[in-house]
Design a protein around this ligand. Structure first.
Ligand SMILES: *Cc1c(COP(=O)(O)O)cnc(C)c1O
Length: 362
């Protein structure tokens, strides 16, 4: 069957070059070959996240590290900032880990506001918070720098941030933000296959983890630090991912970070314009639209055009592209188009042409 190109917000399309790197012959993960590989990409990972800290590689999807962060860092109570499917789920995951958790629930489509976080943290009940920078289910990007600035006021609260669908698409200066954990999976803006997550921890996060008795082994942050110091991972990693990541980092720095960030913003703006040109409204609250995907309102917001989303998807798929039909409770009332990873003006134009063609038949 012919390949249908992915324009869903993860996993995204993986290039032939990346697959070539992924299938590099194996090396032993305790051997010098692997250590040299990890040592070679470490400075690039640090440059990518504007950090002096070691960047860890976890063979898991993002949820592994998201759950791990709860187990390593929450002793008292976690404030879960919620405004979409992934952030809502994190609250559930915290409870499943046996932690006391409280919901800061905003409507889907709204960002998380620094004032709200400040008001809750001021109660003094919390020693951690979870925040999703880019809520992939709603296409909303929350103002991370403003929220992160609260860390200075609440130094004992662990700021755990998911940048799964924004890492590499926008500047995320870990050290400057002053947050405690920043994590992402490889199948979103990095455009690698799914199966690995990257994360970085503050010294305070490691100190907190050291006091936690039940942090387990596979996601023990202290194990990641200890092993990363030797250019290794706690257990056998997906070595193919590390080769693929090395290849991707070459591309990222050849393009330049600023150019990569500008490309993501420009392509997202073009998709928003495509939607408006066809009479649609956008789902996110204005001013908080994601730079990696566009969540189009299809009746979820008052006014605007409404179409048969499964039929739109089918018409686009027949032309070789997969778009997303909306997530969870806003399935059908929205649809989503991803521009993350390797997309260019030309590749997005091919998608807009297919979408235009489909719209004529609706
Ligand atoms: C995709 C996604 C996740 C979940 O990632 P998995 O790879 O399925 O674990 C978490 N958070 C956000 C914001 C996402 O977009």
């Amino acid at each position: 069957m012919a390949h249908v190109k992915l324009h869903i917000p993860g996993p995204v399309e993986v290039s032939e070059k990346t697959f070539q790197a992924f299938r590099t012959p194996m090396v032993g993960h305790r051997g010098q070959g692997f250590k040299d590989l990890y040592a070679r990409i470490q400075p690039q990972l640090q440059a990518l996240l504007y950090t002096q800290r070691l960047v860890y590689l976890s063979t898991s999807s993002a949820w592994g590290v998201m759950e791990g962060a709860i187990r390593n860092l929450v002793a008292k109570k976690v404030l879960c900032c919620m405004n979409g499917a992934f952030s809502d789920k994190w609250f559930d995951v915290a409870q499943r880990c046996g932690k006391a958790a409280e919901a800061l629930q905003n409507p889907w489509g709204s960002p998380i506001r620094a004032e709200q976080v400040d008001a809750r943290l001021a109660t003094g009940q919390f020693d951690a918070l979870t925040l999703i920078h880019n809520e992939t289910s709603t296409g909303v990007m929350s103002p991370l720098p403003e929220i992160a600035a609260l860390k200075q006021k609440y130094p004992d609260v662990m700021f755990i941030v998911d940048s799964v669908s924004s890492m590499t698409a926008i500047r995320l200066p870990f050290d400057e933000l002053g947050i405690d954990v920043l994590l992402a999976g490889t199948q979103k803006a990095l455009a690698l296959p799914p199966g690995t997550a990257l994360f970085v921890c503050s010294p305070a996060a490691l100190a907190r983890a050291a006091q936690q008795k039940d942090r387990g082994y596979y996601f023990d942050f202290l194990e990641f630090q200890k092993n990363a110091e030797q250019n290794m991972t706690p257990s056998t990693p997906s070595i193919g991912h590390v080769f693929a990541l090395a290849s991707k980092l070459e591309d990222i720095f050849a393009e330049g970070l600023e150019a990569r960030f500008a490309r993501h913003l420009r392509l997202a703006q073009r998709t928003r314009q495509w939607a408006r040109n066809h009479g649609f409204n956008l789902f996110p609250e204005p001013g908080f639209e994601s730079v990696t995907l566009t969540c189009v309102s299809n009746g979820a917001r008052p006014g605007g055009r409404v179409v048969d989303v499964p039929r739109l998807q089918k018409l686009v798929k027949d032309q070789g592209f997969l778009i997303d039909g909306g997530y969870g409770k806003i399935k059908g009332a929205t649809f989503r188009i991803s521009n993350m990873g390797d997309e260019t003006d030309a590749t997005m134009q091919s998608l807009y042409d297919a979408l235009d063609n489909a719209m004529k038949q609706l």
